[in-house]
Design a protein around this ligand. Structure first.
Ligand SMILES: NC(=O)c1ccc[n+]([C@@H]2O[C@H](COP(=O)([O-])OP(=O)(O)OC[C@H]3O[C@@H](n4cnc5c(N)ncnc54)[C@H](OP(=O)(O)O)[C@@H]3O)[C@@H](O)[C@H]2O)c1
Length: 259
């Protein structure tokens, strides 16, 4: 499948990396139109995708992904050549804050559109991608979009007004988890683990706990209770975390992203 990208910044290149890692998309089948700086050209040297200059070349793609700063989305849609718009190549924007009605105002109600908020684990094919589909999307175009994006992780359909909170929990969440990894590792080092081992233990623990929650489908409270022996060390740690406002700190963190 040929996939056209506008933008190969942080999110664009994370998605490109995921497609390449999967082995399901050849690097040269990823066509990228970059911005004004050398970002895309630099990434091209590392990743081997096809860098394009002439916008008409992107019409070879079967799917278009717009991964640019929100302010650049509508100008890009306005500048799409007729070779793209006539073919009605399905287009997915991953930009926060530019919604489907705004995009349809530019491209017309009939144009196949989707709005997706991915997170950075797409680069290791473990992403969470919230997605809202345009009303006029045919099942064939929806299949094209889903088939490609499922390569990058789990696709969750959601009403567009809720994409913002998906972006906060799933899109900003990796940064929160990274802080948690650092904090746990600091504690490990405090009690004598070497730094590298401490990171490895914290990272694998978080991966395993998430996998157990996903596979068992048990309530997180039940899983927590399964670790907390009555009168034991875990419950003492839980009490200490709650005393320091752990749960509230996390909720405030998400609220901070929504302001
Ligand atoms: N980062 C995340 O975790 C995340 C999560 C969900 C959604 N998003 C969304 O993804 C989008 C990109 O975010 P980012 O973090 O990847 O930002 P970024 O690193 O700044 O990348 C944006 C890229 O867009 C390129 N660009 C700007 N105007 C362009 C144009 N007219 N044509 C082609 N390329 C153009 C820029 O190229 P130059 O460098 O050459 O200027 C830049 O490399 C944003 O809308 C954001 O809301 C990001």
């Amino acid at each position: 499948m040929k996939i056209g990208f506008f933008g190969a910044g942080h999110m664009g290149s994370a998605m490109i990396q995921g497609f390449i890692n999967s082995g399901e998309v050849s690097p040269t089948d990823i066509l990228v139109k970059g911005g004004r700086s050398q970002t895309a050209a630099n990434r091209q040297k590392e990743m081997g995708f096809t860098l394009i200059d002439d916008l008409h070349d992107i019409a070879e793609a079967e799917l278009l992904i717009v991964a640019v700063n929100p302010s650049a989305v509508l100008p890009i849609l306005k500048a799409l050549p007729t070779s793209v718009t006539d073919k009605k190549i399905p287009l997915v924007s991953v930009a926060a804050g530019v919604n489907l009605p705004e995009m349809a105002d530019v491209l017309g109600d009939e144009y196949p559109l989707a709005h997706c908020i991915p997170n950075t684990p797409v680069q290791v094919n473990e992403g969470l991608l919230g997605i809202s589909y345009g009303e006029q999307l045919s099942s064939a175009d929806k299949d094209t979009i889903d088939q490609a994006l499922k390569i990058l992780g789990s696709l969750v359909e959601i009403d567009e007004p809720l994409l913002g909170i998906v972006g906060s929990v799933a899109g900003c969440g990796p940064a929160f988890v990274d802080l948690f990894i650092e904090a746990l590792s600091d504690a490990g080092v405090l009690y004598g683990l070497n730094r590298e081992l401490s990171y490895q233990i914290a990272e694998q623990m978080i991966k395993g706990a998430a996998e157990l929650a996903l596979q068992s489908k048990k309530h997180p409270g039940e899983l927590k209770d399964g670790v907390a022996t009555p009168g034991g060390t875990t419950i003492k740690g839980v009490v200490a975390l709650e005393k320091h406002g752990f749960r509230n700190a996390v909720i405030e963190g998400v609220k901070g992203t929504m302001e």
